[in-house]
Design a protein around this ligand. Structure first.
Ligand code: FRU
Length: 508
């Protein structure tokens, strides 16, 4: 054999090995980390949920999507639909970049009154409102590369046509000018848009979704956290015994309590023109590191449902899931809770989760004088699952998920510090971002003696809703082998008054 042929064979064998090993790794990661009960893109990159709208019994989810690679890049609006917010159907890309730029975050509304004039016959227009980001303009160091545009669908969100008059709001020559979230303000018969503009949220009004007038702005130094840009706002109204209470959601990156990206909110009043916060101090919707850019579905009536991006800009581009990256949190129902004179927003996993529950087990009075191995008692305890537990007294408690490799994730309550925590320091892979291996905490806001923890556990994420959703944490993790052992322990030897386990059927 001559040396050239030999070289070729060696090179071919090497490439074959590399491809095979990386294909195997891909399959392993696919099996280990692809969420079983959360939405993830079929392939490639996802960040913020966008254009979430409920119409004719269908929940639409659009999302920041790079269809060409599993890393952030030219943004399109990926599209999926669901009838129950749990089972998702992947659909063709909703909105593509055009000469005005790529498609950044935004919202979608049902224009029932045809204010836009886009409707034809009986077809109600759905209108998407989003930021167009001109990558060339950004590269050239210009300041006019973010503008707001609209697209219309007359076939229930299947296809979209861009408006010939785009952009509908031109940049005021500010680099950060994005993420329009629009709702119908019935009292003034007008559309209201919240827009993230540098350190502020600006409000615009429009009679027809095409012509917009700036009404006011709120924010700046002294209001909330400003370690990074304000992004993805949402203005919501709740009913408190006949009184309207408004909540302004403002995502910020970085600056979250447990580092990186997070969702702050302000409770206040909105008069159709201006938002006035009751307090300029930030409250946080979720203290875990992995719930960002959350906004709510439009057209859901009194129900307020939030979906967030289950990742963090600190490491979203390098998490070890090579085929696809990142997903959606479990959608949550939001409500307003009064504690003393203070309002807080509580989040609860949507009730629809009950439809995939099986193998329910209720246990009473589990004495934790020694570690209680749940997986010994509940033989078929597997992930994904839900676990709810309650203590009559707020005492130390830990739920430990582990595997045969000695990796573990600990979710608990620390009575002395009066805080919940999730410890992912030994929960598996973190080489992609060493500070990923950390303990995160959330203050306990409830003043009740009784403590409740409700958990939604998937193969690579946990969502903690404590005390009826007053303290919330969302965390992702990457064990090298699936977690299979569940244990409860307590430094206080407390008693778990009520323990509920239910398996959740995979949606894959
Ligand atoms: C938030 C964000 C938005 C922007 C989008 C770009 O995560 O930075 O402000 O519109 O992502 O993908």
């Amino acid at each position: 054999m001559n040396s050239l042929v030999k070289k070729c064979i060696v090179q071919f064998a090497f490439l074959f090995l590399v491809f095979n090993v990386s294909a195997q790794l891909n399959t392993i990661n696919e099996q280990l980390y692809r969420p079983r009960i959360h939405f993830t893109p079929a392939a490639n990159w996802m960040n913020d949920p966008n254009g979430m709208v409920f119409y004719k019994g269908v929940y639409h989810l659009f999302y920041q999507h790079n269809p060409g690679a599993p890393v952030w890049g030219p943004m399109h609006w990926g599209h999926a639909t669901s009838k129950d917010l749990i089972h998702w159907k992947h659909l063709p890309i909703g909105i593509y970049p055009d000469s005005l730029g790529t498609i950044f975050s935004g919202s979608a509304v049902v224009d029932y009154n045809n204010t836009s004039g886009f409707g034809k016959g009986t077809q109600v227009p759905l209108v998407a409102i989003y930021t167009q980001h001109n990558m060339d303009g950004e590269k050239a160091g210009r300041d006019d590369y973010q503008n707001q545009s609209i697209s219309v669908s007359l076939d229930e969100a299947k296809t979209w046509k861009t408006f010939s008059g785009n952009p509908v709001i031109k940049t005021p020559h500010l680099k950060d000018f994005r993420d329009p979230k629009v709702f119908w303000y019935a009292a003034n018969k007008t559309w209201i848009m919240s827009l993230a503009v540098g350190p502020n949220i600006e409000f615009y009004s429009s009679p027809n979704l095409k012509i917009w007038k700036k009404e006011s702005e709120v924010g700046g130094a002294g209001m909330g956290v400003h370690d990074g840009n304000w992004e993805c706002p949402d203005l919501l109204s709740f009913d408190d015994h006949g009184k309207k209470v408004w909540v302004l959601i403002v995502n910020v990156n970085p600056g979250a309590p447990n580092k990186g990206s997070g969702t702050q909110y302000f409770v206040g009043d909105f008069d159709g023109h201006q938002f006035t916060p009751l307090s300029r101090e930030a409250k946080w919707l979720d203290y875990g590191p992995d719930n960002y850019a959350g906004v709510t579905w439009s057209n859901t009536g009194a129900r307020i449902i939030l979906g967030g991006w289950m990742s963090n800009w600190l490491y979203a581009n390098s998490v070890p899931t090579e085929k696809w990256r990142n997903g959606l949190t479990i959608p949550r129902d939001l409500s307003l809770v009064k504690i003393g004179k203070d309002y807080r927003v509580a989040s609860k996993p949507i009730k629809e989760l009950a439809s995939i529950a099986y193998n329910n087990v209720n246990l009473k009075n589990i004495k934790l004088d020694k570690t209680f191995v749940i997986s010994d008692t509940i033989k078929k305890a597997t992930i994904p699952c839900r676990i709810n537990l309650s203590l009559l007294k707020a005492q130390n408690i830990e739920l430990v998920l582990s595997n045969n490799k000695g990796e573990q994730l600990i979710i608990g309550y620390d009575a002395k510090a009066n805080q919940y925590f999730i410890d992912r320091t030994k929960a598996g892979r973190s080489e992609f971002y060493p500070a990923f291996a950390a303990v995160h905490t959330a203050p306990r806001f409830s003043t009740s003696a009784q403590l409740d923890m409700s958990l939604v556990i998937d193969v690579a994420s946990v969502e903690l809703f404590a005390d009826g959703g007053l303290s919330v944490m969302t965390e992702i993790f990457f064990p090298t082998e699936a977690f299979s052992k569940f244990e409860l322990r307590s430094a206080d030897k407390t008693t778990v008054h009520h323990f509920y386990y239910t398996g959740l059927k995979s949606i894959l």
